[in-house]
Design a protein around this ligand. Structure first.
Ligand code: PAF
Length: 284
């Protein structure tokens, strides 16, 4: 597997290939990331093109009080895992390579999808994500790019960006990998203290319960009950010592609250346990 540190090295690799599948990451990889690489490899066999991953902890998407400085950097281990999963090349630039000057041009996703849920609790997050992903797309020029469904709103923002900016890239969403107790795999799970790790499966359990309860209300046409059902789900977590930001049911297509006739739904949640903020979701 090639390790590419500069945009020039990456462009040279791109020029040698006609087909590229791309997996952007911030490193500290787990099986969920490796699933993306394996699916990329299945879509682009070795004799047909390259699977390229990136490892770049993107300062632009971190708030001033967030964990940019402490975000785990595990480059050697990540490279070994990427190679085993079938990756051909990893683009791992220094910060000054991708941002040689302050990034004054940014990609601003529309408020309707970027300022709700995660965007409400992490102002500027989706601008940071969209900007770096747009830059990475410009240099990698992939035909297909793969993202985890665990970051459901991020996936939606990127799908909108690609459509509205007419980028010729197929965006593939890959199912969330979970631990035996239901906890969605995440690079930030490593922050959990042992006692918090014991408890962490409760977020996915609360979301499953919320999905069941909202489905019952929706089937009965009782949309007015949804805010109370969501509040009850948050109260369950609060009683267990969590600090939930939101647990909610939305339409998959635009993350607006469901109305009569909406079938494709998703429950999404974000909550803090100790000092660790976890997010999760289920389509249903
Ligand atoms: O999901 C992530 O790891 C990041 O948000 C991404 C897409 C690599 C952009 O920095």
């Amino acid at each position: 597997m090639e390790i590419l540190r500069t945009v020039a090295e990456l462009r040279a690799a791109v020029a040698r290939s006609t087909l590229r599948a791309f997996v952007p990451t911030m490193g500290n990889l787990h099986e969920g990331h490796l699933d993306l690489v394996r699916q990329a490899r299945a879509r682009v066999p070795s004799d047909q093109g390259l699977v390229i991953a990136s490892i770049f902890v993107n300062r632009l998407q971190f708030g001033p009080k967030e964990d940019f400085d402490t975000y785990p950097r595990t480059f050697e281990r990540d490279c070994e895992a990427l190679e085993l999963a079938g990756c051909d090349a990893v683009f791992a630039p220094e910060e000054r390579e991708l941002y040689p000057e302050p990034q004054a041009f940014t990609v601003q996703p529309p408020a309707a999808i970027a300022n709700i849920l995660e965007g409400e609790h992490r102002p500027g997050f989706f601008t940071g994500v969209a900007t770096v992903v747009h830059k990475l797309f410009n240099v990698v020029q992939p035909q297909v790019a793969l993202f985890g469904k665990k970051d459901y709103q991020q996936l939606l923002v990127i799908r909108h960006m690609v459509r509205q900016m007419s980028l010729p890239i197929e965006i593939v969403g890959v199912e969330t990998r979970r631990a035996a107790d239901g906890l969605a795999l995440s690079s930030r799970n490593g922050y959990l203290r042992p006692e918090d790790r014991q408890e962490a499966g409760a977020l996915s359990a609360a979301l499953r319960q919320l999905a069941q309860d909202t489905r019952r209300a929706i089937d009965a046409g009782d949309f007015n009950a949804l805010p109370n059902i969501e509040a009850a789900a948050m109260a369950v977590l609060r009683d267990r010592g969590w600090r939930p930001d939101y647990l909610t049911v939305r339409r998959r297509a635009d993350l607006l609250p469901p109305a009569s006739g909406d079938e494709a739904l998703v429950v999404l949640g974000a909550a803090k346990l100790g000092t660790t903020r976890l997010i999760d979701n289920f389509e249903y």
